[in-house]
Design a binder for this molecule. Structure first.
Ligand SMILES: Cc1cc2nc3c(=O)[nH]c(=O)nc-3n(C[C@H](O)[C@H](O)[C@H](O)COP(=O)(O)OP(=O)(O)OC[C@H]3O[C@@H](n4cnc5c(N)ncnc54)[C@H](O)[C@@H]3O)c2cc1C
Length: 363
């Protein structure tokens, strides 16, 4: 997103990727409306399906809640989606260097040197680091990621009767694993099925995944493939998010939701914000840094702070959570849908008591 915005402004932009594109990426590919609305209107990308129903179930109980919300999310194949983003950036003038691993970033007085694996050195006025969760470059400059959690995802080509049960749905199964959840996203001809721990001890994920798959009723006729694990950052870095002329965006900055681990919205918003700050304040890295914080404060930092305040209610105070689901399930699910669509802000929920007031308020 940063490359796309920078290239559009006419600044010489180089996009560096260590793999050959389209590269593989472990992700369920749930592109929520809040994320999709950031993309340029004229950008084409392949969509697998559109989800209009959000459903929560509490594993091992009868508790569940669902809501209908038109076009709440699109599901995408991340390899193809990310490739479309890159193609669009190239169309707007960005240069792509693929199969190019950046090994080191060295801050010079008025530029940054990028030492790449071949031994060459590139130089840039600004570097936007979007290297994902395994942020080796970022760690050497900004320190360790505060909290990386594991998740597993697989594609399930299920029998048509199973597939149709999930048609148009994004389903979240809470308590499938301690401190985490499982998911089933409808992807047209198949399902994305996965699970992760977002707020708790790291467990035997493989075993939990097998048990989850069994509990969903899949059998030998359902083809489970591409099972892979990856890490997600579920606590943002404390900042700074820029040092000298080097900026952090997306997972490298720890910008994923601590409750749902949804990260595409924040990767896109932070990428665009970093680029806009460079464009606006090009001559002053201090002003670029201030501009970047101003831009992400409301749409990212305040949102993630609010989610951090509520995470305990979702994963630790389960009896209260289940009671709220029983009493106000549909309203809760609808509130989440409004946040994922960008219609409502998480930051408006300033405390747990405010949250409870909101869901019990008369319509
Ligand atoms: C199992 C799983 C399921 C998920 N499901 C969802 C979901 O449904 N919806 C959602 O919104 N989020 C989801 N997420 C989170 C989402 O995938 C991330 O938040 C998002 O991909 C972050 O984007 P990014 O651009 O910051 O990093 P990435 O998408 O990880 O991109 C980083 C890129 O940098 C490249 N790179 C890294 N180091 C170097 C280097 N030194 N030199 C050159 N290139 C380098 C990598 O090859 C990679 O292509 C999921 C994550 C996991 C693990």
């Amino acid at each position: 997103m940063a490359a796309m915005t920078l290239a559009q402004s006419g600044l010489r932009t180089i996009l560096i990727e260590k793999h050959e594109l389209p590269r593989k990426k472990v992700c369920a590919g749930g592109l929520v409306k809040r994320a999709a609305s950031i993309l340029p209107e004229d950008m084409d990308y392949p969509v697998e399906s559109v989800c209009n129903i959000l459903e929560f179930r509490v594993h091992g109980t009868e508790v569940s809640a669902k809501t209908q919300y038109d076009s709440l999310a699109q599901t995408v194949n991340r390899s193809q989606f990310d490739n479309a983003l890159v193609k669009y950036a190239i169309l707007k003038g960005a240069l792509l260097k693929q199969k190019c691993v950046v090994k080191e970033l060295i801050t010079q007085p008025v530029h940054v040197d990028l030492v790449v694996e071949s031994g060459d050195t590139l130089s840039a006025s600004y570097v936007v680091v979007a290297e994902g969760a395994n942020a080796r470059l970022s760690e050497s400059i900004f320190g360790k990621q505060p909290c990386l959690v594991p998740a597993i995802e697989a594609d399930v080509y299920a029998r048509s009767e199973v597939l149709s049960k999930y048609k148009d749905k994004m389903v979240f199964d809470l308590d499938v694993i301690e401190g985490g959840y499982g998911w089933v996203f409808y992807k047209g001809d198949h399902l994305s099925v996965g699970l992760g721990v977002v707020n708790g001890e790291k467990k035997n994920l493989q075993q939990s995944f097998s048990e989850y798959v069994l509990s969903l009723g899949f059998n030998q006729e359902d083809k489970i493939c591409n099972k892979k694990g990856a890490l997600i950052p579920v606590r943002k870095r404390e900042g700074p998010y820029m040092k000298g002329r080097i900026m952090l965006v997306g997972d490298a900055a720890g910008f994923a939701d601590p409750i749902s681990a949804e990260g595409l919205s924040y990767a896109l918003i932070s990428g665009r914000s970093a680029a806009e700050s460079i464009i606006e304040y090009f001559d002053s890295p201090e002003n670029v840094s201030r501009g970047y914080i101003d831009k992400i404060q409301i749409n990212i930092l305040d949102e993630l702070n609010a989610a951090e305040r509520l995470v305990g209610l979702v994963y630790r105070f389960k009896s209260i959570r289940n009671l709220l689901f029983r009493l106000r399930g549909e309203r809760l699910a609808n509130g989440v849908a409004k946040i994922l669509s960008g219609e409502r802000r998480m930051a408006d929920i300033t405390s747990i008591s405010k949250f409870i007031k909101i869901i019990f308020k008369r319509k």
